[in-house]
Design a protein around this ligand. Structure first.
Ligand code: XMP
Length: 327
């Protein structure tokens, strides 16, 4: 059976050999737990759920059913990558749900940050539960719970974000194959399971996605401006050797406009704010200072390639007093 707690003397998984041993052990445990039954997994494309998916595909193949819900607030290329890696390369049983319209319709006109988060979280559970109800014979629910989640929920810092949420009539036994691992160990294990480095070492991304980077009421055009500018920022960070070096970097497009001029004509468009930060514990955060050349290049690309943007700003504020995200 799988282990419930991380043994005090467990060696930190830092090498391919240690990862391989962990994977072999977990595969045996998963097969013993699941037998010939079916397992359901909400696959966001984040590190933890992706590693759990890869592990379960190895252990029980198409007894695993993955559901990828696109809430319309994902980064450019993310749903495509999930489909490519899991359906095309790993041959997973993957249900892809494009719920963009449903989420954006519910969010239309909603300005309060907490209400936005609640709508996104609640709608996600509803879509996932609807998909689950369409399936027959699911007995297990897999989750990407990791050891810090358990420690934090025991310490009362945050509610165990995974377990809860599904309607009461939906009772599944939990399968949590990485729950005794720290994040860095999950990444090493993910690499050994054959996941692309870009997926395993990706920067943190909040559950409500680009929704918190489109402050105030989300509109499709401003959301696209966030998505496109974020894609340019990520591309330039990768080209300039900053990917994997800077903890988190993204763009925000606030809901106000300023005057500009383009091709001799007056414009009235949004600014785009760049945020790039470093941290170890996310409680305190410092700002990554970019070179003047890179800033100039980013400004030039964003204003010429992203419709609706006529100004680019850089956020020099540490945490505290500012939080990482804007909402
Ligand atoms: P803040 O804005 O609180 O963010 O300084 C700290 C870190 O947490 C991430 N973050 C979230 N992650 N769901 C998540 O999974 C969320 O609702 C959420 N809000 C913030 C944020 O990106 C940063 O890394």
């Amino acid at each position: 059976m799988s282990m419930d707690r991380r043994p005090d003397d467990m060696v930190r998984i830092t090498t391919p050999e240690l990862a391989d041993a962990f994977i072999a052990e977990q595969i045996d445990a998963l097969r013993a737990q699941i037998g010939d039954k079916k397992v359901l997994l909400a696959l966001s494309g984040g590190v933890d759920s992706s590693v759990v998916a890869a592990m379960l595909i190895k252990a029980v193949g198409d007894q695993l059913v993955c559901v990828h819900v696109n809430h319309g607030l994902l980064r450019k290329g993310e749903p495509e990558q999930v489909i490519e890696v899991f359906r095309n390369q790993m041959k997973a049983n993957l249900i892809y749900v494009d719920a963009t319209d449903r989420f954006l319709d519910k969010l239309a006109g909603v300005t309060d940050p907490e209400t936005k988060r609640k709508i996104i979280g609640g709608e996600f559970i509803e879509v996932f539960a609807e998909e689950a109800r369409k399936l027959d014979g699911i007995e297990f629910l897999a989750q990407g719970t990791i050891w810090p989640d358990i420690l934090e929920s025991e310490a009362g810092i945050k509610a165990h974000h995974n377990a809860g949420g599904l309607p009461e009539d939906m009772q599944f036994e939990l399968v949590e194959p990485v729950k005794i691992l720290f994040k860095d160990e999950v990444r090493v294990v993910g690499e050994r399971l054959g996941l692309p480095a870009g997926m395993v070492y990706r920067q943190p991304f909040p559950g409500p996605g680009l929704g918190v980077r489109c402050p105030g009421a989300i509109t499709r055009d401003r959301l696209e401006a966030v998505r496109e500018s974020d894609a340019i920022l990520r591309e330039e960070f990768a080209k300039n050797g900053l990917e994997g070096k800077v903890w988190q970097y993204f763009t925000v497009v606030p809901d106000f406009k300023s005057t500009g001029v383009k091709d001799g004509k007056r414009t009235f468009d949004w600014p785009c704010i760049i945020r790039a930060i470093n941290t170890t514990d996310v409680m305190e955060v410092t700002v990554e200072h970019l070179s003047d050349e890179l800033i100039d290049h980013l400004v030039s690309r964003i204003i010429s390639e992203v419709p609706g943007i006529n100004r680019v700003l850089f956020d020099y504020t540490p945490k505290p007093p500012a939080t990482v995200e804007y909402e």
